[in-house]
Design a protein around this ligand. Structure first.
Ligand code: UDP
Length: 459
Protein backbone atom coordinates (compact mmCIF):
# COMPACT_ATOMS: atom_id res chain seq x y z
CA UNK A 1 0.00 0.00 0.00
CA UNK A 2 1.17 3.51 -0.74
CA UNK A 3 2.28 5.66 2.16
CA UNK A 4 -0.62 7.36 3.85
CA UNK A 5 -2.93 6.31 1.05
CA UNK A 6 -4.05 2.93 2.26
CA UNK A 7 -7.76 3.45 2.01
CA UNK A 8 -9.34 4.66 -1.19
CA UNK A 9 -10.85 8.11 -0.54
CA UNK A 10 -14.05 9.69 -1.83
CA UNK A 11 -14.20 10.66 -5.52
CA UNK A 12 -12.21 13.86 -5.97
CA UNK A 13 -12.17 14.52 -9.69
CA UNK A 14 -11.28 12.72 -12.89
CA UNK A 15 -7.91 12.89 -14.70
CA UNK A 16 -7.35 11.71 -18.23
CA UNK A 17 -3.71 10.69 -18.45
CA UNK A 18 -1.91 10.83 -21.80
CA UNK A 19 1.50 9.10 -21.71
CA UNK A 20 3.99 9.07 -24.56
CA UNK A 21 4.13 5.37 -25.49
CA UNK A 22 7.74 4.59 -24.52
CA UNK A 23 8.68 2.67 -21.36
CA UNK A 24 10.78 5.45 -19.79
CA UNK A 25 7.85 7.87 -20.25
CA UNK A 26 5.03 5.49 -19.37
CA UNK A 27 6.35 4.13 -16.05
CA UNK A 28 6.53 7.44 -14.13
CA UNK A 29 3.17 8.62 -15.45
CA UNK A 30 1.46 5.38 -14.45
CA UNK A 31 3.03 5.48 -11.01
CA UNK A 32 1.90 9.08 -10.57
CA UNK A 33 -1.58 7.99 -11.67
CA UNK A 34 -1.57 5.36 -8.97
CA UNK A 35 -0.80 8.00 -6.34
CA UNK A 36 -3.66 10.14 -7.62
CA UNK A 37 -5.98 7.15 -7.55
CA UNK A 38 -5.15 6.44 -3.91
CA UNK A 39 -5.98 10.03 -3.11
CA UNK A 40 -9.45 9.51 -4.53
CA UNK A 41 -8.96 10.74 -8.10
CA UNK A 42 -10.61 8.80 -10.86
CA UNK A 43 -8.11 7.88 -13.57
CA UNK A 44 -8.53 7.02 -17.24
CA UNK A 45 -5.44 6.34 -19.35
CA UNK A 46 -5.63 7.59 -22.94
CA UNK A 47 -3.89 4.72 -24.75
CA UNK A 48 -3.09 4.58 -28.43
CA UNK A 49 -4.38 1.36 -30.00
CA UNK A 50 -0.92 -0.12 -30.65
CA UNK A 51 0.17 0.77 -27.11
CA UNK A 52 -3.00 -0.76 -25.67
CA UNK A 53 -2.23 -4.01 -27.46
CA UNK A 54 1.19 -4.05 -25.80
CA UNK A 55 0.03 -3.33 -22.25
CA UNK A 56 -3.37 -4.96 -22.06
CA UNK A 57 -2.02 -8.06 -20.29
CA UNK A 58 0.33 -6.06 -18.11
CA UNK A 59 -1.95 -3.66 -16.33
CA UNK A 60 -5.53 -3.95 -15.26
CA UNK A 61 -4.89 -1.13 -12.82
CA UNK A 62 -6.70 1.64 -14.70
CA UNK A 63 -9.53 1.92 -17.21
CA UNK A 64 -8.14 2.64 -20.67
CA UNK A 65 -9.72 5.08 -23.13
CA UNK A 66 -8.80 4.46 -26.75
CA UNK A 67 -7.16 7.08 -28.93
CA UNK A 68 -5.08 6.67 -32.09
CA UNK A 69 -1.65 7.88 -33.17
CA UNK A 70 -2.52 6.97 -36.77
CA UNK A 71 -0.38 3.82 -36.64
CA UNK A 72 -2.69 1.29 -35.06
CA UNK A 73 -0.66 -1.81 -35.90
CA UNK A 74 2.83 -0.95 -34.71
CA UNK A 75 2.89 2.60 -33.33
CA UNK A 76 6.16 4.48 -33.92
CA UNK A 77 7.80 1.34 -35.36
CA UNK A 78 5.30 1.40 -38.22
CA UNK A 79 6.10 5.02 -39.20
CA UNK A 80 8.79 5.77 -41.77
CA UNK A 81 10.46 8.31 -39.48
CA UNK A 82 10.10 9.85 -36.02
CA UNK A 83 9.07 13.05 -37.75
CA UNK A 84 6.27 11.27 -39.62
CA UNK A 85 5.15 9.58 -36.41
CA UNK A 86 5.00 12.78 -34.38
CA UNK A 87 3.17 14.65 -37.12
CA UNK A 88 0.52 11.98 -37.51
CA UNK A 89 0.22 11.51 -33.73
CA UNK A 90 -0.50 15.23 -33.36
CA UNK A 91 -3.13 15.19 -36.10
CA UNK A 92 -4.96 11.93 -35.36
CA UNK A 93 -4.20 12.11 -31.62
CA UNK A 94 -5.81 15.56 -31.29
CA UNK A 95 -8.97 14.37 -33.02
CA UNK A 96 -9.32 11.13 -31.11
CA UNK A 97 -8.40 12.69 -27.75
CA UNK A 98 -11.18 15.25 -28.28
CA UNK A 99 -13.60 12.42 -29.13
CA UNK A 100 -12.58 10.54 -25.99
CA UNK A 101 -13.19 13.62 -23.82
CA UNK A 102 -16.65 13.99 -25.39
CA UNK A 103 -17.42 10.31 -24.92
CA UNK A 104 -16.46 10.44 -21.24
CA UNK A 105 -18.56 13.56 -20.75
CA UNK A 106 -21.58 12.01 -22.48
CA UNK A 107 -21.28 8.86 -20.42
CA UNK A 108 -21.54 10.88 -17.20
CA UNK A 109 -17.81 10.76 -16.25
CA UNK A 110 -16.57 14.17 -17.36
CA UNK A 111 -12.83 14.78 -17.15
CA UNK A 112 -11.52 17.61 -14.93
CA UNK A 113 -7.90 17.66 -16.07
CA UNK A 114 -5.81 16.20 -18.89
CA UNK A 115 -2.35 15.22 -17.58
CA UNK A 116 -0.23 14.94 -20.72
CA UNK A 117 3.39 14.07 -21.36
CA UNK A 118 5.04 17.44 -22.05
CA UNK A 119 6.31 16.15 -25.40
CA UNK A 120 2.67 16.07 -26.61
CA UNK A 121 1.82 19.77 -26.14
CA UNK A 122 -1.15 19.65 -28.54
CA UNK A 123 -3.06 17.81 -25.80
CA UNK A 124 -3.29 21.11 -23.90
CA UNK A 125 -5.15 22.71 -26.84
CA UNK A 126 -7.56 19.80 -26.94
CA UNK A 127 -8.13 20.07 -23.17
CA UNK A 128 -8.78 23.82 -23.34
CA UNK A 129 -11.14 23.49 -26.31
CA UNK A 130 -13.14 21.03 -24.23
CA UNK A 131 -13.23 23.32 -21.19
CA UNK A 132 -10.88 21.11 -19.19
CA UNK A 133 -7.68 22.09 -17.36
CA UNK A 134 -4.28 20.81 -18.51
CA UNK A 135 -1.20 19.61 -16.61
CA UNK A 136 2.08 19.13 -18.44
CA UNK A 137 4.04 16.19 -17.02
CA UNK A 138 7.80 16.35 -17.62
CA UNK A 139 9.46 12.94 -17.39
CA UNK A 140 13.01 14.32 -17.36
CA UNK A 141 14.81 16.36 -14.72
CA UNK A 142 14.14 20.04 -14.11
CA UNK A 143 17.80 20.76 -14.92
CA UNK A 144 17.58 19.06 -18.32
CA UNK A 145 14.30 20.77 -19.12
CA UNK A 146 15.73 24.13 -18.17
CA UNK A 147 18.53 23.51 -20.69
CA UNK A 148 15.88 22.66 -23.30
CA UNK A 149 13.93 25.79 -22.36
CA UNK A 150 17.03 27.90 -22.96
CA UNK A 151 17.43 26.23 -26.35
CA UNK A 152 13.76 26.97 -27.12
CA UNK A 153 14.27 30.64 -26.19
CA UNK A 154 17.38 30.78 -28.39
CA UNK A 155 19.56 31.71 -25.40
CA UNK A 156 21.55 28.50 -25.82
CA UNK A 157 22.30 28.09 -29.51
CA UNK A 158 22.54 24.59 -30.97
CA UNK A 159 24.97 23.10 -31.72
CA UNK A 160 26.73 24.64 -28.74
CA UNK A 161 30.04 26.35 -29.43
CA UNK A 162 30.98 27.72 -25.99
CA UNK A 163 33.18 25.66 -23.69
CA UNK A 164 31.31 26.68 -20.52
CA UNK A 165 27.57 27.04 -20.45
CA UNK A 166 25.89 29.03 -17.68
CA UNK A 167 22.16 28.42 -17.15
CA UNK A 168 20.24 29.76 -14.13
CA UNK A 169 19.86 27.22 -11.32
CA UNK A 170 22.46 24.84 -12.82
CA UNK A 171 26.17 24.41 -12.15
CA UNK A 172 28.41 25.59 -14.99
CA UNK A 173 28.37 22.91 -17.64
CA UNK A 174 30.83 21.77 -20.28
CA UNK A 175 29.56 20.58 -23.67
CA UNK A 176 30.11 16.95 -22.56
CA UNK A 177 27.56 17.52 -19.75
CA UNK A 178 24.80 18.66 -22.09
CA UNK A 179 22.05 16.50 -23.55
CA UNK A 180 23.12 15.03 -26.90
CA UNK A 181 20.27 16.77 -28.69
CA UNK A 182 21.91 20.08 -27.80
CA UNK A 183 25.45 19.14 -28.80
CA UNK A 184 24.52 17.02 -31.83
CA UNK A 185 21.15 18.33 -33.00
CA UNK A 186 21.75 16.93 -36.48
CA UNK A 187 21.45 13.32 -35.20
CA UNK A 188 17.69 13.50 -34.51
CA UNK A 189 16.29 16.80 -35.82
CA UNK A 190 12.68 15.67 -35.27
CA UNK A 191 13.39 14.95 -31.60
CA UNK A 192 15.07 18.34 -31.17
CA UNK A 193 11.90 19.88 -32.57
CA UNK A 194 9.79 17.81 -30.18
CA UNK A 195 11.89 18.99 -27.26
CA UNK A 196 11.55 22.64 -28.24
CA UNK A 197 7.80 22.24 -28.74
CA UNK A 198 7.36 21.24 -25.10
CA UNK A 199 7.43 24.96 -24.29
CA UNK A 200 5.27 26.27 -27.12
CA UNK A 201 2.14 26.89 -25.05
CA UNK A 202 3.40 25.94 -21.61
CA UNK A 203 2.53 29.45 -20.37
CA UNK A 204 -1.15 28.47 -20.58
CA UNK A 205 -0.79 25.14 -18.71
CA UNK A 206 -2.59 25.05 -15.38
CA UNK A 207 0.12 22.87 -13.83
CA UNK A 208 3.67 21.98 -14.74
CA UNK A 209 4.54 18.72 -12.99
CA UNK A 210 8.06 17.28 -12.73
CA UNK A 211 9.15 13.80 -11.73
CA UNK A 212 11.70 15.11 -9.24
CA UNK A 213 11.66 16.43 -5.67
CA UNK A 214 12.43 19.79 -4.17
CA UNK A 215 15.65 18.99 -2.27
CA UNK A 216 17.10 17.22 -5.29
CA UNK A 217 16.90 20.21 -7.63
CA UNK A 218 16.20 23.10 -5.26
CA UNK A 219 17.90 25.91 -7.18
CA UNK A 220 16.58 25.11 -10.62
CA UNK A 221 13.07 24.41 -9.28
CA UNK A 222 13.04 27.82 -7.54
CA UNK A 223 14.13 29.48 -10.77
CA UNK A 224 11.51 27.70 -12.91
CA UNK A 225 8.76 28.49 -10.41
CA UNK A 226 9.20 32.09 -11.49
CA UNK A 227 7.99 31.08 -14.96
CA UNK A 228 5.18 28.57 -14.49
CA UNK A 229 3.14 26.78 -11.80
CA UNK A 230 5.92 24.19 -11.35
CA UNK A 231 5.24 21.35 -8.89
CA UNK A 232 7.78 18.58 -8.26
CA UNK A 233 5.76 15.45 -7.45
CA UNK A 234 8.39 12.70 -7.48
CA UNK A 235 10.19 10.52 -7.42
CA UNK A 236 7.39 8.29 -8.61
CA UNK A 237 9.12 5.23 -7.17
CA UNK A 238 6.45 3.21 -5.33
CA UNK A 239 6.88 3.51 -1.59
CA UNK A 240 7.07 -0.21 -0.86
CA UNK A 241 10.39 -0.17 -2.68
CA UNK A 242 11.54 2.81 -0.68
CA UNK A 243 10.70 0.77 2.41
CA UNK A 244 12.67 -2.09 0.88
CA UNK A 245 9.50 -4.13 1.21
CA UNK A 246 9.97 -5.69 -2.15
CA UNK A 247 7.23 -7.08 -4.40
CA UNK A 248 4.07 -5.24 -5.01
CA UNK A 249 0.98 -7.04 -6.16
CA UNK A 250 0.28 -4.70 -9.04
CA UNK A 251 2.11 -4.22 -12.30
CA UNK A 252 2.88 -0.63 -13.24
CA UNK A 253 4.01 -0.70 -16.79
CA UNK A 254 5.16 -2.99 -19.49
CA UNK A 255 6.66 -5.49 -17.09
CA UNK A 256 5.31 -8.72 -18.43
CA UNK A 257 8.34 -10.94 -18.03
CA UNK A 258 7.56 -12.83 -14.82
CA UNK A 259 9.81 -15.90 -15.34
CA UNK A 260 12.84 -13.69 -15.90
CA UNK A 261 11.95 -11.69 -12.79
CA UNK A 262 11.93 -14.84 -10.71
CA UNK A 263 15.27 -15.97 -12.15
CA UNK A 264 16.88 -12.65 -11.09
CA UNK A 265 15.55 -12.57 -7.55
CA UNK A 266 16.43 -16.25 -7.04
CA UNK A 267 19.98 -15.64 -8.25
CA UNK A 268 20.42 -12.71 -5.86
CA UNK A 269 19.22 -14.77 -2.89
CA UNK A 270 21.97 -15.43 -0.40
CA UNK A 271 24.53 -13.07 -1.99
CA UNK A 272 26.37 -10.94 0.58
CA UNK A 273 25.17 -7.40 1.26
CA UNK A 274 26.40 -4.87 -1.34
CA UNK A 275 28.45 -7.48 -3.20
CA UNK A 276 26.75 -7.48 -6.62
CA UNK A 277 27.19 -5.08 -9.55
CA UNK A 278 23.94 -4.48 -11.45
CA UNK A 279 24.34 -3.32 -15.06
CA UNK A 280 21.59 -1.94 -17.30
CA UNK A 281 21.31 0.61 -20.08
CA UNK A 282 17.53 0.95 -20.04
CA UNK A 283 15.15 0.29 -22.88
CA UNK A 284 16.89 2.12 -25.76
CA UNK A 285 20.59 2.93 -25.30
CA UNK A 286 23.10 0.56 -26.84
CA UNK A 287 26.88 0.16 -26.85
CA UNK A 288 28.83 -0.87 -29.93
CA UNK A 289 30.53 -4.28 -29.94
CA UNK A 290 33.88 -2.84 -28.81
CA UNK A 291 32.31 -0.92 -25.90
CA UNK A 292 30.34 -3.99 -24.94
CA UNK A 293 33.47 -6.15 -24.88
CA UNK A 294 35.33 -3.62 -22.70
CA UNK A 295 32.41 -3.55 -20.29
CA UNK A 296 32.28 -7.34 -20.20
CA UNK A 297 35.99 -7.79 -19.46
CA UNK A 298 35.98 -4.86 -17.03
CA UNK A 299 33.24 -6.60 -15.05
CA UNK A 300 35.23 -9.80 -15.05
CA UNK A 301 38.36 -7.97 -13.85
CA UNK A 302 36.57 -6.76 -10.72
CA UNK A 303 36.04 -10.37 -9.64
CA UNK A 304 32.63 -9.31 -8.30
CA UNK A 305 29.22 -10.87 -8.90
CA UNK A 306 27.25 -9.11 -11.62
CA UNK A 307 23.69 -9.09 -12.93
CA UNK A 308 23.65 -7.62 -16.44
CA UNK A 309 20.58 -6.76 -18.50
CA UNK A 310 21.46 -7.27 -22.17
CA UNK A 311 18.46 -6.75 -24.41
CA UNK A 312 17.88 -9.53 -26.95
CA UNK A 313 18.82 -7.13 -29.78
CA UNK A 314 22.24 -6.54 -28.13
CA UNK A 315 23.16 -10.13 -27.26
CA UNK A 316 25.19 -10.78 -30.41
CA UNK A 317 27.64 -8.04 -29.31
CA UNK A 318 28.73 -9.99 -26.22
CA UNK A 319 32.27 -11.33 -26.67
CA UNK A 320 32.50 -15.05 -27.43
CA UNK A 321 33.39 -17.14 -24.34
CA UNK A 322 32.41 -14.36 -21.96
CA UNK A 323 29.32 -16.17 -20.70
CA UNK A 324 31.20 -19.46 -20.24
CA UNK A 325 34.14 -17.78 -18.56
CA UNK A 326 31.96 -15.89 -16.09
CA UNK A 327 29.09 -18.31 -15.49
CA UNK A 328 30.08 -18.69 -11.84
CA UNK A 329 30.01 -14.95 -11.25
CA UNK A 330 27.43 -13.46 -13.55
CA UNK A 331 23.83 -13.67 -14.66
CA UNK A 332 22.84 -12.14 -17.99
CA UNK A 333 19.13 -11.56 -18.64
CA UNK A 334 17.25 -9.67 -21.33
CA UNK A 335 15.03 -7.92 -18.80
CA UNK A 336 14.80 -7.69 -15.01
CA UNK A 337 12.41 -6.14 -12.48
CA UNK A 338 14.77 -3.21 -11.93
CA UNK A 339 13.14 -1.70 -8.86
CA UNK A 340 13.09 -5.05 -7.16
CA UNK A 341 16.73 -5.64 -8.04
CA UNK A 342 17.88 -2.18 -6.89
CA UNK A 343 15.96 -2.64 -3.64
CA UNK A 344 17.76 -5.93 -2.96
CA UNK A 345 20.41 -5.66 -0.24
CA UNK A 346 22.95 -7.59 -2.31
CA UNK A 347 23.30 -4.78 -4.89
CA UNK A 348 26.33 -2.58 -4.19
CA UNK A 349 26.71 -0.70 -7.46
CA UNK A 350 24.65 0.18 -10.53
CA UNK A 351 26.49 0.61 -13.82
CA UNK A 352 23.91 2.73 -15.63
CA UNK A 353 23.29 4.81 -18.73
CA UNK A 354 21.80 7.42 -16.33
CA UNK A 355 18.32 7.44 -17.82
CA UNK A 356 16.24 9.71 -15.58
CA UNK A 357 14.08 6.90 -14.17
CA UNK A 358 17.08 4.67 -13.46
CA UNK A 359 18.90 7.59 -11.81
CA UNK A 360 15.94 8.43 -9.58
CA UNK A 361 15.41 4.78 -8.71
CA UNK A 362 19.06 4.26 -7.70
CA UNK A 363 19.17 7.52 -5.77
CA UNK A 364 15.99 6.83 -3.82
CA UNK A 365 17.15 3.31 -2.98
CA UNK A 366 20.68 4.39 -2.05
CA UNK A 367 22.56 2.45 -4.73
CA UNK A 368 25.89 4.03 -5.78
CA UNK A 369 26.22 4.53 -9.53
CA UNK A 370 28.88 4.27 -12.22
CA UNK A 371 27.52 6.53 -14.97
CA UNK A 372 28.07 5.55 -18.60
CA UNK A 373 25.84 8.09 -20.35
CA UNK A 374 25.14 7.40 -24.02
CA UNK A 375 22.84 10.11 -25.41
CA UNK A 376 19.76 12.32 -24.82
CA UNK A 377 19.54 13.65 -21.20
CA UNK A 378 21.96 11.06 -19.81
CA UNK A 379 25.19 13.18 -19.83
CA UNK A 380 23.50 15.86 -17.71
CA UNK A 381 22.11 13.30 -15.28
CA UNK A 382 25.59 11.75 -14.99
CA UNK A 383 27.09 15.17 -14.21
CA UNK A 384 24.59 15.63 -11.36
CA UNK A 385 25.13 12.08 -10.04
CA UNK A 386 28.88 12.71 -9.84
CA UNK A 387 29.34 16.38 -8.96
CA UNK A 388 26.08 17.57 -7.40
CA UNK A 389 24.53 14.61 -5.58
CA UNK A 390 27.86 12.80 -5.17
CA UNK A 391 26.19 9.44 -5.57
CA UNK A 392 28.68 7.91 -7.95
CA UNK A 393 31.38 8.43 -10.55
CA UNK A 394 31.31 8.83 -14.30
CA UNK A 395 33.24 6.37 -16.46
CA UNK A 396 35.20 8.58 -18.85
CA UNK A 397 35.76 7.49 -22.45
CA UNK A 398 39.33 7.43 -23.82
CA UNK A 399 40.45 9.57 -26.77
CA UNK A 400 38.77 7.11 -29.17
CA UNK A 401 35.48 7.48 -27.32
CA UNK A 402 35.63 4.02 -25.73
CA UNK A 403 35.22 3.38 -22.01
CA UNK A 404 38.01 0.86 -21.42
CA UNK A 405 37.87 -2.23 -19.23
CA UNK A 406 40.45 -0.66 -16.90
CA UNK A 407 38.26 2.43 -16.48
CA UNK A 408 35.22 0.25 -15.77
CA UNK A 409 37.07 -1.81 -13.18
CA UNK A 410 38.50 1.32 -11.56
CA UNK A 411 35.11 3.08 -11.37
CA UNK A 412 33.36 0.04 -9.88
CA UNK A 413 36.10 -0.28 -7.26
CA UNK A 414 35.89 3.43 -6.49
CA UNK A 415 32.19 3.29 -5.64
CA UNK A 416 32.30 -0.07 -3.85
CA UNK A 417 35.59 0.15 -1.98
CA UNK A 418 37.87 2.62 -0.21
CA UNK A 419 37.37 6.23 0.85
CA UNK A 420 35.36 7.37 -2.15
CA UNK A 421 33.07 4.37 -1.64
CA UNK A 422 32.54 5.38 1.99
CA UNK A 423 31.77 8.97 1.07
CA UNK A 424 29.25 7.80 -1.55
CA UNK A 425 27.65 5.42 0.95
CA UNK A 426 27.21 8.32 3.40
CA UNK A 427 25.60 10.43 0.68
CA UNK A 428 23.43 7.53 -0.40
CA UNK A 429 21.95 7.33 3.11
CA UNK A 430 21.21 11.04 3.01
CA UNK A 431 19.39 10.80 -0.34
CA UNK A 432 17.35 7.82 0.79
CA UNK A 433 16.13 9.86 3.76
CA UNK A 434 15.47 12.99 1.71
CA UNK A 435 13.49 10.96 -0.82
CA UNK A 436 11.38 9.45 1.95
CA UNK A 437 10.81 12.90 3.44
CA UNK A 438 9.58 14.22 0.08
CA UNK A 439 7.12 11.43 -0.70
CA UNK A 440 5.88 10.64 2.81
CA UNK A 441 2.59 12.12 3.94
CA UNK A 442 3.15 15.87 4.40
CA UNK A 443 6.44 15.83 2.43
CA UNK A 444 7.08 18.37 -0.32
CA UNK A 445 6.05 16.11 -3.22
CA UNK A 446 3.08 14.69 -1.33
CA UNK A 447 1.84 18.18 -0.49
CA UNK A 448 2.15 19.22 -4.13
CA UNK A 449 0.03 16.24 -5.17
CA UNK A 450 -2.52 17.14 -2.48
CA UNK A 451 -2.66 20.71 -3.77
CA UNK A 452 -3.16 19.48 -7.34
CA UNK A 453 -5.95 17.12 -6.22
CA UNK A 454 -7.68 19.73 -4.05
CA UNK A 455 -7.99 22.07 -7.03
CA UNK A 456 -9.20 19.50 -9.57
CA UNK A 457 -12.85 20.09 -8.92
CA UNK A 458 -14.01 23.66 -8.41
CA UNK A 459 -15.96 24.09 -5.16
N1 UDP B 1 13.53 -1.22 -16.55
C1 UDP B 1 13.19 -2.41 -15.96
N2 UDP B 1 13.87 -3.52 -16.30
C2 UDP B 1 14.88 -3.53 -17.20
C3 UDP B 1 15.24 -2.29 -17.80
C4 UDP B 1 14.55 -1.17 -17.45
O1 UDP B 1 12.28 -2.45 -15.11
O2 UDP B 1 15.44 -4.60 -17.46
C5 UDP B 1 12.80 0.02 -16.16
C6 UDP B 1 13.60 0.85 -15.18
O3 UDP B 1 13.33 0.48 -13.84
C7 UDP B 1 13.15 2.27 -15.51
C8 UDP B 1 12.79 2.21 -16.99
O4 UDP B 1 12.63 0.82 -17.30
O5 UDP B 1 11.98 2.60 -14.77
C9 UDP B 1 13.89 2.79 -17.87
O6 UDP B 1 13.81 4.18 -17.82
P1 UDP B 1 15.10 5.10 -17.91
O7 UDP B 1 14.59 6.50 -17.89
O8 UDP B 1 16.08 4.75 -16.89
O9 UDP B 1 15.75 4.73 -19.30
P2 UDP B 1 15.20 4.69 -20.82
O10 UDP B 1 14.73 3.29 -21.03
O11 UDP B 1 14.10 5.71 -20.94
O12 UDP B 1 16.42 5.03 -21.60
Amino acid sequence: MENGMGAQKAHRGHCLILPYPLQGHVNPVLQFSKRLQFKGVRITIAATISFFNRIKDATSLFPLGMISDGFDEGGANQAESIEAYLKKFQQVGSETLGELLEKLRDSGSPVDCVVYDAVLPWALDVAKKNGVSGAAFFTQSCAVDNIYYHVYKGIVKVPVEETRIAIPGLPDLEPADLPSFVTKPETYPAVVEMIRNQFIDIDTADWVLFNTFYKLEEEVIDWMKGLWPVRPIGPTVPSMYLDKRVQDDTDYGLNVFKPMAEACTKWLEGKASKSVVYVSFGSLASLDAEGMAELAWGLKMTGKYFLWVVRASEESKLPKDFINETSEKGLIVSWCPQLEVLADKSIGCFVTHCGWNSTLEALSLGVPMVGMPQWTDQPTNAKYVTDVWKMGVKAEPDEKGIVTKEEIENCIRQVMEGERGEEITRNAKKWVELTRDAVDEGGTSDKNIDEFVSKLVSP
